[in-house]
Write a protein that binds this ligand. Structure first.
Ligand SMILES: Nc1ncnc2c1ncn2[C@@H]1O[C@H](COP(=O)(O)OP(=O)(O)OP(=O)(O)O)[C@@H](O)[C@H]1O
Length: 444
């Protein structure tokens, strides 16, 4: 069993691409299959080496790996050889019509109420006309002559599907400059590389019909292939995702501090009725079920992702995050702050509160209370009972309770209105810093 993920390195991977990669990976890992990463970089103008590097980094960040990888641009001689075979068998035929001519043919068909399908004009050329065109220096591009079948398959997600080839134009597989197109290179690679399962976005359904026809023309047995097409993910407004637009890229989510376990868990559950659970892909293998993916498009909701990210952080072990915490942060610090984080990057702020210097915001009218609080600060050593003892004493001394009792202290000690439980945070701040902050706050 072999699966492949085949992105084009034409932009940054977005969450839709990542879902396709993840599903391929989970399917393969669950069944002991091989995972191939193929870079579909035959569009030389749009493909960029830096995008290829970025997409590998982004996939690894998400916790995915692969057993084989190659770039299509390294296999051009193979595509040329396959094209020669198709020319020899009459499946690939030369065409000379310009874009302009094709457009006017299409317009005419539409005016006559006919579907704008290529009329196979090139096939009607006599050998003489062909020879003349070539003698005049015209260079052909090559179309694949589709059969009049309607290839059918049992789709792993969409159910029974068929594509009526007679209602499609013969696709161009080789441009006039000899460069092959994706529809073709993909089939050559899948056939020669022994790919058995193709899981990709629903945008490829028509391609699948066409590619099954090319597959058969190249001598492949269509029964050797299984297909599953995943409904496309949209953004929260239902809009499309595109590498070109840079929308919802893994790179940006990662920069924003989203954890890979949150993204993987969210993507694995998206479009299913399962509750998302934050987990790295390796931990999702057992529960994975391709048939649980619904046929309707799913919206990628960043708010839901962030909620899962929070959930993940609140239970994350120190060891799993230590490399990303500020230098010097220890387990005690992590256990105190983790419940309060939306994003791991915010740990830095709390580390500053605990270890750094902080100028508390002014609190007009609270000077007297803050001076009283300073005077009542218990002596060290401090532990989890200190906060309670201190605020109890202040309550009796000032008659304050609730918010007026606690908020001025929190603001003076942390600079924030919300944050980790002061019972556990206060001992980490320590008496010296606490006293200084209360003094500065009282003076401000
Ligand atoms: N919105 C989406 N939701 C789910 N899968 C998607 C989405 N967009 C693309 N894919 C899938 O991602 C895989 C990689 O495709 P590809 O590199 O062509 O991405 P793309 O976003 O369509 O690219 P581009 O925007 O450059 O045309 C394919 O399996 C494709 O079907």
């Amino acid at each position: 069993m072999k699966l492949r993920f085949a992105p084009s390195p034409t932009g940054l991977l977005h969450v839709g691409n990542a879902r396709a990669a993840l599903v391929n990976w989970l399917f393969a890992r669950q069944r002991g299959g091989t995972v191939l990463l193929r870079l579909d970089d035959t569009d030389l103008e749009r493909s960029k080496a830096e995008y290829a590097v970025a997409l590998e980094e982004d996939l690894r960040w998400l916790g995915l790996d692969w057993d084989e990888s190659f770039r299509q641009s390294d296999r051009l001689p193979r595509y040329a050889a396959a094209a020669e075979r198709l020319k020899a068998s009459g499946h690939l035929y030369p065409c000379f019509e310009s874009e302009e001519e094709l457009r006017s043919k299409r317009e005419q068909q539409l005016r006559q109420g006919r579907p704008p399908i290529y009329d196979r004009g090139a096939l009607k050329m006599t050998p003489d006309q062909l020879a003349r065109a070539l003698a005049n220096g015209k260079v052909p591009y090559w179309r694949f002559r589709l059969s009049n079948r309607s290839p059918e398959w049992q789709d792993g997600v969409l159910g029974r599907r068929a594509v009526k080839l007679p209602s499609l134009s013969d696709p161009v597989l080789v441009r006039a400059d000899g460069s092959p197109l994706y529809t073709f290179t993909s089939v050559v690679d899948d056939l020669e590389g022994g790919v058995t399962h193709i899981i990709r976005g629903e945008d490829h359904v028509t391609n699948t019909g066409v590619q099954l026809d090319i597959w058969a023309a190249l001598g492949g047995d269509p029964r050797a292939l299984s297909f599953a097409h995943l409904p496309l993910l949209t953004d929260a407004d239902g809009g499309p995702l595109s590498k070109r637009l840079g929308s919802l890229s893994l790179r940006q989510l990662r920069r924003d501090g989203v954890e890979p376990a949150a993204l993987a868990g969210y993507l694995a559950a998206l479009g299913t009725s399962h509750d998302p659970v934050p987990a790295m892909p390796a931990a999702l293998v057992t529960g994975f079920d391709l048939t649980a993916i619904s046929k309707s498009p799913a919206r990628f909701d960043v708010q839901q992702l962030l909620a899962l990210n929070r959930r993940h952080l609140h239970t994350a072990s120190f060891d799993s995050v230590r490399a990303q915490l500020p230098e010097g942060a220890d387990e005690e610090f992590w256990l105190v702050v983790r419940d309060n984080l939306d994003l791991l990057g915010e740990a830095k702020l709390w580390f500053e509160v605990v270890r750094g210097t902080l100028v508390p915001p002014p609190q007009p009218g609270e000077a007297e209370y803050l001076r009283a609080a300073l005077a009542a600060l218990p002596p060290e050593p401090w532990d989890a009972t200190t906060w309670g003892a201190w605020t109890e004493a202040l309550k009796s001394a000032t008659g304050r309770k609730g918010k007026p009792l606690f908020l001025p202290l929190r603001l003076a000690l942390t600079g924030e209105e919300h944050g980790p439980d002061l019972k556990t945070l206060l001992p980490l701040i320590g008496r010296e810093k606490a006293a200084l902050r209360l003094r500065v706050a009282a003076e401000g």
